[in-house]
Write a protein of this length. Structure first.
Length: 620
């Protein structure tokens, strides 16, 4: 069923291939490829600032055009049923600003017709409408309360600023500043674009902010203090990283530029120009086009790749591993961030996603980094100290409900997700997630002495068991999607000592995974699962999702099964088309933002094959 020599040779080949990508500083740097939203943002800025770099503008325009479908639309994942309205609007606006394509050209006309047919600008997502408002294409909402109430609410208000997720806060603050001051930058294209409403007599572009219940709630609160201006400014300034970006995100940095301008900063002030340079520094070349990464993944990729190499049998004493560990140790956070609002007594010790990220750590990157430094921690006092700080921080981030969030403890008030904002439950709160909870459990079970008897572990296990779907799957928030969540959950549960042959939840999960395997041995799930909140098959396999499924089944199977063998043979096949290798399997915002990690097709197959080899051959 399983060919030992083929598996061994493939593991060696993949390790040799991966090591060739290591940088001089020990890191591994692969592209974090996202939809054209960030390209559109930067292209608009370069036009508005009359940036003297025509080749860069043209590269951005070319990448945007390369992603346009034959029907004139833009999508956020290949099998999206039709074009994505919000991203099509953003691409259309940016191309109009750049002027490289005549607005009356066939391609632009098709995009315009799609936008109008689907309700026009007013039907776009909240952030896309904010993009339109800061550029004067649509008006800011006229609401009978000061939006500054969101950042400076009365102490008795049920909504407190730090109840919202960090991702929401870092985008809302610049927008609140711009909205309060009715700020926008005019461009000649703005007037042409404002006609794309779908109804020229309809003035309401912000229905959620004009919702009666929202108005009644906020209108009953006192006006914010006169210091809101300073609080908005200070919030942004305190979170600017050394590269000029706001918390290392291209999107938040884009809105920060408009937010600071609305507070009186000159257009060509040093901080504004540094922010634009910061976004430019996020460019990556995928071999065909340059594009703007919303947040480069150097720390994440390095952590995962080192872990995979060690799991494949590369000695921790190998100089490649040593260099990588040194890079990770330098990236550990030493400064306090917003996470401390809900964890006042905890010292810094986590890791972030990007190399320039110094105050916005997350639990997933922290557990990933800790895996890679764990073995060295036993031999180096300095590394052991960093390891202990990381473990302490990670355990402190566990939510009161037993699961782990992405960024901050207890920013999970479910009723915030009921606010009349699309994707509110995904954007406004940071709840416990099966994928992150499972990944943390798998780390704790494999690299610490914690067991099922430990309160932190038992609470996490109970949380996971209570959040399993009726079909046996778990939803994955940061990957696509039910295969990802199920893989993370079952490997975590198996790692902490659950009896794989007796636990109903694991048996059910294994049966579900086997039931969705394709006839060629692969697994493939559509990004549409993320929107539908149910498993939706892709119709073909991807190497990443196949690797997750194999790894999950391996963790639950004392002996190799037919499903595992068929999956391994699929991974060992000499040819995988670009669809199998390049389907986006990372998720950030359902229906709007999906990620193709260029590292994933290298990391996860190696991981799965190594675990199969070690469990079924090496242990005998």
């Amino acid at each position: 069923m399983l060919d030992l020599e083929k598996i061994r040779n493939e593991i060696e080949r993949r390790c040799h291939d991966l090591l060739s990508f290591q940088q001089a500083d020990g890191s591994f740097r692969f592209c974090f490829e996202n939809p054209v939203t960030t390209d559109a943002y930067l292209l608009v800025l370069l036009v508005l600032w009359e940036w003297n770099d025509e080749p860069l503008k043209r590269k951005l325009a070319e990448r945007i055009l390369s992603k346009q479908e034959l029907d004139g639309t833009w999508k956020v994942y290949p099998d999206e049923k039709e074009g994505n309205l919000s991203v099509t609007i953003e691409a259309y606006v940016a191309l109009c600003y750049a002027g490289y394509l005549n607005i009356d050209s066939p391609r632009m006309k098709m995009a315009k017709e799609f936008i109008l047919h689907h309700g026009g600008l007013k039907k776009a997502s909240l952030l896309t409408r904010a993009f339109l408002s800061v550029n004067g294409v649509i008006p800011w909402p006229r609401i009978p309360f000061d939006p500054g109430l969101l950042i400076d609410p009365p102490s008795l208000s049920p909504i407190q600023f730090y109840d919202m997720s960090s991702y929401a806060r870092v985008h809302f603050v610049p927008l609140i500043a711009a909205m309060r001051n009715d700020f926008f930058i005019f461009h000649p294209c703005s007037q042409q674009l404002s006609a794309l409403t779908g109804d020229r007599n309809h003035e309401y572009y912000w229905p959620e902010l004009e919702n009666d219940s929202v108005i009644r709630f906020f209108s009953g609160l006192e006006d914010p203090s006169d210091s809101v201006h300073k609080k908005l400014e200070r919030y942004m300034l305190d979170r600017i990283e050394k590269d000029g970006t706001l918390l290392s995100y291209a999107s938040s940095t884009f809105y920060m530029i408009y937010g600071l301008l609305s507070l009186g900063y000159p257009k060509h002030s040093q901080i504004i120009l540094q922010a634009i340079h910061g976004i430019i520094s996020l460019l990556c070349n995928n071999g065909t086009h340059f594009f703007v990464q919303n947040s480069p993944s150097a720390v994440w990729d390095t952590s995962l790749l080192l872990y995979s190499l060690i799991e494949a049998g590369i000695s921790p004493a190998n100089h490649h591993i040593q260099k990588g560990v040194h890079f990770l140790l330098e990236q550990q956070h030493t400064k306090k961030g917003d996470w401390q609002v809900h964890c006042k007594e905890t010292a810094p010790g986590g890791w972030g996603f990007s190399e320039t990220n110094s105050i916005h750590p997350d639990t997933d990157d922290t557990q990933a980094a800790l895996r890679s430094i764990s073995i060295q921690a036993a031999f180096s006092p300095l590394t052991f100290h960093s390891w202990q700080e990381g473990i302490t921080w990670l355990l402190a981030m566990q939510n009161d409900d037993g699961g782990w969030p992405a960024f901050e403890k207890n920013t999970n008030k479910e009723w915030l997700g009921l606010l009349p904002v699309k994707n509110a439950s995904d954007a406004l709160i940071d709840p416990s997630n099966p994928d992150i909870t499972g990944r943390v459990l798998e780390f704790l079970g494999s690299y610490t002495t914690l067991t099922l008897k430990d309160p932190a572990v038992s609470r996490a296990v109970n949380w996971l068991k209570s959040h399993q779907g009726s079909d046996g799957s778990w939803y994955g928030r940061w990957g696509v999607c039910y295969i990802y969540g199920t893989w993370a959950a079952v490997t975590g549960l198996a790692s902490v000592g659950m009896q794989v042959n007796r636990e109903k939840c694991l048996i059910k999960a294994a049966r579900w995974l086997e039931s969705i395997q394709n006839t060629d041995g692969s697994w493939g799930e559509s990004c549409y699962s993320d929107e539908a909140k149910r498993y939706v098959p892709l119709g073909y396999g991807t190497v990443v999702q196949t690797a997750w499924a194999i790894d999950a089944l391996t963790s639950m199977s004392p002996q190799p099964t037919t499903a595992i063998a068929n999956g391994v043979n699929y991974l060992l096949s000499s040819y995988h088309d670009t669809s199998a290798l390049n389907y986006p399997t990372g998720s950030a915002l359902p229906g709007f933002f999906y990620v193709l990690y260029h590292s994933y097709s290298r990391i996860w197959p190696l991981n799965a094959l190594s675990h199969v080899f070690r469990k079924y051959f090496q242990s005998k």
